[in-house]
Design a protein. Structure first.
Lengths: 169, 191
């Protein structure tokens, strides 16, 4: 049986929304067709962009008082809107969760997205994703023959990724 | 983020997360590449500068992911933060130097990096042909690295050396200018 620390699968999407990597980490998982994975990647990319653009913006108060303090005042000029926490960048969709699985999305500052499918009980997903990003930076990006933005076919990446995930827990 | 905080991050990563290699290996490898380019281009130093920049660019496109994965830092709030991040974290973790950020233009879109030390240029004396001293920017690969790396995080920049101790100047100085922020995927801002 699957234990509760299960990591089901990983998808990597390039900054244009193209699928560049897909892999399962449990034997016997039902697979989608290649085309469905491509559609999934493209759709997720679009939804992610939408979640970024619908992030609510709150009006800035005319004075330097707390911005949310005065609802019902006249609408300020559009330029004086701000995101709730201006210091943090707008991330878009971070995770999706159902009873049966959790989909965590990590977007790097370069626009590459890592989608990790895990058991909802799996802890420390962030640590796992950071490690995957580490391995990606090493074994994909530093492979001089890997062409940027193209599908990842790096045997060393597969190997290290598999070994690290097996060795976890 | 302040300069000191960036320095601290750089130090921390350098100490804990970086595999070190022999400095001579780096110096000799880079020196050989530049010397070979000078030979291949028949001492056309403008071409050599350009090739070095292009090589650096291709490195930068890849290196940025390693930088982000290792540092775990978020997006810089402004170009001043970016400058500190480059100088105190980027150069620190990849070359173990921390150039000084200075000479800001009044619009905050241009700054200089002053290199007190430059591991690429250890042992180097430029060719004595009367032109290399005026035309070759020996460490020009670094300009390309910055250009490539920043392009991947949505900043178009221009970088070039303005002086080099190898040429007999007092300092080694690189000038970096922000051309624009690249906003491809970003949702349009309402005006």
């Amino acid at each position: 049986m699957l234990h509760t620390q299960a990591v089901f699968s990983l998808i990597i999407i390039n900054k244009a929304g193209g699928l560049i990597y897909q892999r399962e980490f449990q034997a016997g998982l039902r697979k989608l067709s290649t085309n469905d994975y491509l559609v999934l990647a493209g759709t997720f990319h679009g939804v992610h962009a939408i979640t970024r653009s619908i992030t609510p913006k709150i009006p800035l108060a005319p004075t330097t008082n707390s911005p949310a303090a005065s609802p019902g005042t006249s609408t300020p000029a559009a330029s004086s809107y701000s995101y709730p926490n201006p210091g943090a960048s707008v991330s878009g969709l971070d995770y999706l969760e159902s009873d049966k699985f959790r989909l965590t999305c990590f977007q790097t500052l370069t626009g590459t997205k890592f989608l990790l499918f895990t058991d909802p009980m799996t802890g420390n997903v962030e640590t796992i994703i950071n490690k995957i990003y580490d391995l990606y930076a090493d074994y994909v990006m530093k492979n001089p023959f890997y062409q940027l933005e193209m599908p990842v076919r790096c045997e060393a990446f597969d190997r290290h990724l598999g070994a690290w995930l097996r060795g976890r827990t | 983020m302040s300069t000191t905080k960036a320095s601290r991050i750089g130090e921390e990563i350098w100490k804990t997360r970086i595999d070190k290699v022999n400095a001579e290996l780096v110096t000799l490898t880079y020196g050989t590449i530049v010397a070979q380019l000078c030979q291949d281009y028949d001492s056309d130093y403008k071409q050599v500068n350009q090739q070095l920049d292009k090589m650096g660019y291709n490195i930068g496109l890849r290196l940025i992911e390693d930088f982000l994965a290792k540092s775990g830092v978020g997006r810089c709030a402004n170009f001043r933060d970016t400058a500190d991040m480059i100088a105190k974290v980027g150069f620190k973790i990849f070359l173990n130097v921390a150039p000084t950020v200075t000479n800001w233009a009044s619009d905050n879109n241009q700054f200089s990096l002053i290199f007190d030390e430059n591991p690429l240029a250890d042992f180097v004396e430029l060719p004595d042909d009367g032109r290399a001293q005026d035309e070759l920017w020996f460490s020009n690969i670094l300009c390309g690295v910055l250009r490539g790396a920043l392009e991947m995080v949505q900043m178009q920049i221009e970088a070039h050396f303005v002086s080099d101790v190898l040429r007999g100047d007092d300092t080694t100085e690189m000038r970096v200018s922000l051309v624009r922020y690249i906003e491809d995927e970003m949702p349009p801002e309402e005006e």
